[in-house]
Design a protein around this ligand. Structure first.
Ligand code: MN
Ligand code: MN
Length: 295
């Protein structure tokens, strides 16, 4: 691998890890979700990297894709099971990492341990030539050994430059995929465990977006914001908060852009049977028989 690319991957991983640690350290009863998201993203920028996507803070039955809006007043409550998912990039080379914590209680220790154990087991057996199906099988065994089930329609993924979900998809169960992991691949492994159905549904649209199609936008305000979005975020996910910081009318413009099919609003993903959800995630660089956890 190109030496500059390798250095960027290592730095992005380190910044992502530090940002995750800072964010998770802030989570406590009464603290606002907004302050955790914003301070975690500010840390990434301060370290000379950029967020690879808005900080996701997904609570209890919500598995992923929730980020607070600019006017979000909600705070963490005692007993919440919180997934903090953080990404940073340096020159388009990304790190992607997540952790689950419980606010002030210890009712879900085994659920929270399950994806973390599965992730360790997967990292342990990972290397050049290992088939994707074997990684998924290991993850599922790790989660089931704690008495929970994996979420089958959420998966790990290969990461390419400026493209967070690209190439290989790594299921959290044995999906029969005989494709083998090869040298220099950058992979995000992210087991999700639940006591529910083991599946997420799309609930309502959230505050996270991505460019979908270049369109002619007739509304002048929305068109101006669309130009800024294309230039500033390119192929990376962004959120209402970041747009409202640029243009106070952004919420209305974003709705217009969704209507045009110019941008896509990610739905908030919730457990299909209302189960509690935990997640762990690391980014891993395949370097021969050796694997390097960058986050
Ligand atoms: Mn993630
Ligand atoms: Mn990921």
């Amino acid at each position: 691998m190109d030496q500059d690319a390798l250095e960027d991957i290592i730095k992005a991983g380190a910044v992502t890890r530090e940002a995750r640690q800072l964010g998770v350290g802030m989570i406590a009863e009464g603290v606002s979700l907004l302050s955790v998201a914003e301070e975690t993203e500010a840390y990434i920028r301060k370290r000379g990297a950029k967020p690879a996507f808005p900080v996701n803070i997904s609570i209890n039955q919500v598995a992923a894709h929730y980020t607070p809006a600019s006017n979000d007043k909600s705070t963490f409550r005692r007993g919440d099971v919180v997934k903090l998912d953080v990404g940073a990039h340096v020159n388009g080379y990304m790190g992607d990492t997540a952790i689950t914590v419980e606010v002030g209680t210890r009712n879900w220790a085994s659920l929270i341990d399950a994806p973390s154990r599965a992730l360790s087991m997967a990292i342990e057996m990972m290397g050049e030539g290992v088939p994707v199906s074997a990684i998924g099988g290991t993850i599922e065994r790790g989660i089931r050994s704690n008495g929970f089930v994996p979420i089958r329609n959420l998966a790990g993924h290969e990461i390419k430059r400026n493209n967070l979900h690209s190439g290989l998809s790594i299921s959290n169960y044995d999906d029969g995929n005989t494709t083998k992991v090869h040298k220099d691949m950058l992979l995000a492994i992210e087991p999700f465990a639940t006591d529910g159905a083991g599946e997420v549904d799309n609930a309502k649209a959230g505050n996270i977006y991505i460019l979908q199609r270049d369109r002619e936008i007739k509304d002048a305000g929305a068109n101006r914001l669309f130009g800024i979005i294309k230039e500033k975020f390119g192929s990376l996910a962004f959120c209402e908060r970041w747009c409202t910081a640029i243009d106070p009318k952004a919420p209305a413009h974003l709705r217009t852009l969704v209507r045009y099919g110019a941008i896509y609003a990610y739905p908030i993903l919730t457990e299909a049977k209302g189960g509690m959800v935990s997640q762990a995630e690391h980014t891993i660089l395949i370097n021969g028989s050796r694997v390097q956890v960058t986050t």
